[in-house]
Design a protein around this ligand. Sequence first.
Ligand code: FES
Length: 106
Amino acid sequence: MIPVCRLEDLPAGESVRIDTSPPIAVFNADGALYAIDDTCSHQDASLSEGWLEGCLVECPLHAASFDIRTGEPTCLPARRPVRTHEVAVIDGVVHVRPAAQEGSAA
Ligand code: FES
């Protein structure tokens, strides 16, 4: 798993981007942590720079919205989901386990 930051550095309503390949956005939705691909499935905007409202994040570029629990878009212009990733807090540090890449041998 990849260490992200200390839990207290990711307060409710905030997000952080990790420079994996592809990058991942980690969100604190009112105390629940979720991780999704950072890059919007519509174009190349960074979802960690979007607006988080409950469990929905709105893309900063064209306002598509994604459910961060499932990665599914909830409105256009995005049509494809983004991947979700496992999040765990270990000894007060947020960790992410990146999902296997599509088409990889993992
Ligand atoms: S880049 Fe996200 S909605 Fe267009």
